[in-house]
Design a protein around this ligand. Structure first.
Ligand SMILES: NC(=O)c1ccc[n+]([C@@H]2O[C@H](COP(=O)([O-])OP(=O)(O)OC[C@H]3O[C@@H](n4cnc5c(N)ncnc54)[C@H](O)[C@@H]3O)[C@@H](O)[C@H]2O)c1
Length: 259
């Protein structure tokens, strides 16, 4: 086997949830560039072409995931769970207020997508993978699920007297993925399905300069990630190159967690 074969995804079918978003979109295009036929499952329609197609699916609706998966050309070889809410788009002001007042509806909404949506995709697609005796699942987590957010990074949001705390739900939801991964890695180990977590730090997306300055000052590599830098680790986890890797947490964080 050549090095190229090791990372090749030729003939593989992949599902990327959240692929209409910034990071998921980059992952979908990256898997397709390595030969996979990729279906994006997202609430929003995503751009199609070059091996990528878009299917509108709400990951909190298990039946919708089942229906969309049944229509694919083969049982997926790869599932990347990237669909997530950070704060709901219509986040009420109290959501970024003190922890003590964090609204329970916001907590439920974030947990519903980030945890239950990932669980449902694993149930629907992982079950089919296990029946076929092959598959690789990548659950996308965050340094904010592995470590506490550094609230001081958001000081600029408080400069004019506003209250701002990075909310709790995202951290709790992303933390839950580590043991979802470990549980399933052992549960399906003998069925040929590998399950890993990919932990990311902040990806550059035109964030406010004050935030970028505070963030990169703490970041060993001195910059935010480019979305494309996520592709290599995902291709590694999706391909035969990682055939002995399961239950692991691959940390792609510019060194954030190294000190
Ligand atoms: N961007 C970062 O800095 C960063 C850092 C660490 C981890 N991550 C993780 O990377 C992943 C992707 O993040 P992103 O920055 O691209 O976010 P994004 O908001 O750009 O994309 C998220 C996508 O999920 C979709 N989605 C939300 N609810 C859904 C549902 N119920 N069903 C189907 N799709 C749904 C949205 O429509 C959106 O397209 C997330 O899991 C996020 O937690 C991102």
């Amino acid at each position: 086997m050549t090095l190229t074969d090791l990372f090749s995804l030729d003939g593989r079918v992949a599902v990327v949830t959240g692929g209409a978003g910034q990071v998921g979109g980059e992952i979908a295009r990256g898997l397709a560039a390595c030969g996979a036929k990729v279906a994006i499952f997202d609430l929003l329609a995503a751009p199609e072409g070059d091996g990528v197609r878009s299917v509108v699916v709400d990951v909190t609706d298990r039946a919708a995931i089942e229906r969309a998966t049944a229509e694919l050309s083969d049982v997926p070889h790869i599932l990347v769970n990237a669909a997530a809410l950070d704060s709901p788009p219509d986040a009420p002001a109290e959501e970024v207020g003190p922890f003590e007042d964090y609204p329970s509806e916001s907590f439920d909404e974030v947990m519903q997508v980030n945890v239950k949506g990932t669980l449902f995709a694993c149930q629907a697609i992982g079950a089919r993978m296990a029946a076929k005796g092959r598959g690789s699942i990548v659950n996308v987590s965050s340094v904010y699920g592995m470590l506490s957010p550094v609230q001081e990074l958001y000081d600029f949001r408080r400069a004019d007297g506003e209250t701002f705390f990075k909310p709790i739900a995202y951290s709790v939801s992303k933390s839950a993925l580590y043991n979802l991964t470990r549980y399933l890695a052992t549960y399906w180990a003998k069925s040929g399905v590998r399950v890993n977590t990919l932990t990311l730090a902040g990806v550059w997306n035109d964030q406010p300069a004050e935030f970028v300055d505070a963030y990169t000052a703490r970041m060993p590599l001195g910059r935010m990630a480019e979305a494309k830098e996520v592709v290599g680790p995902v291709v590694f986890l999706a391909s035969d190159a990682s055939s002995y890797v399961t239950g692991a947490n691959v940390v792609v964080d510019g060194g954030w967690s190294a000190w």
